[in-house]
Design a protein around this ligand. Sequence first.
Ligand SMILES: N[C@@H](CCC(=O)N[C@@H](CS)C(=O)NCC(=O)O)C(=O)O
Length: 208
Amino acid sequence: MAKLKLTYFDFHGGRGEPARLALSVGGIAFEDDRVPLTDWERRKADTLYGALPVLEVDGQTLAQSNAINRYVGKLTDLYPTDPWQAALCDEVMEAVEDIINKLVATFNLPEEQKKAQRQALAEGPITFYLTRLQERLEEHGGRYFAADRLSVADLKVFIWIRQLRSGVLDHLPTDLPDRVAPKLMDHYERVKNDPGVKAYYAKRGVAA
Ligand SMILES: N[C@@H](CCC(=O)N[C@@H](CS)C(=O)NCC(=O)O)C(=O)O
């Protein structure tokens, strides 16, 4: 088995968390390199595109979160082998990237502007993406986003919704997913109660 090192920030969530979670759920050993935010400026120049996550595989580097998710999904049997189901899995992961990018654009705004833009995002694009993801879930059987079984797409949606509900993003109502996408919340609970997901959070001493 290749030697894996996954580097990402030292918090529970974000673009690197699905791969960390997938490797843990799949029982694949990896070096979990968690970068404190205070070290980032020093380490940024050493990364391929000046951003995290990055995955090292036997000393070779892979960047871009969804490329990493697909790769670790294949290692852990959390990525569909059927080409169409794999494409559905990809679609959902890219959709989550789109909405994450809209949120990231608010991170460094002055407080009043951030508040206004986040409120507008909550009423517009976030509600829209939650609704559309819920529709896609239902179109594909209602349990999982692809191949009727857990995949990296489910983990990525779960982690995004976990972040929305956590309150770490100021000015976003934490009950928004529950209000606008109840069936997506059933999916959230399904993923949260997966034994591998539960074990991951229990080991880190945080609520799933
Ligand atoms: N398209 C990239 C985006 C990576 C990215 O922007 N990562 C953020 C953390 S989620 C980052 O490294 N931010 C710090 C910086 O840009 O200096 C991916 O999907 O991996």
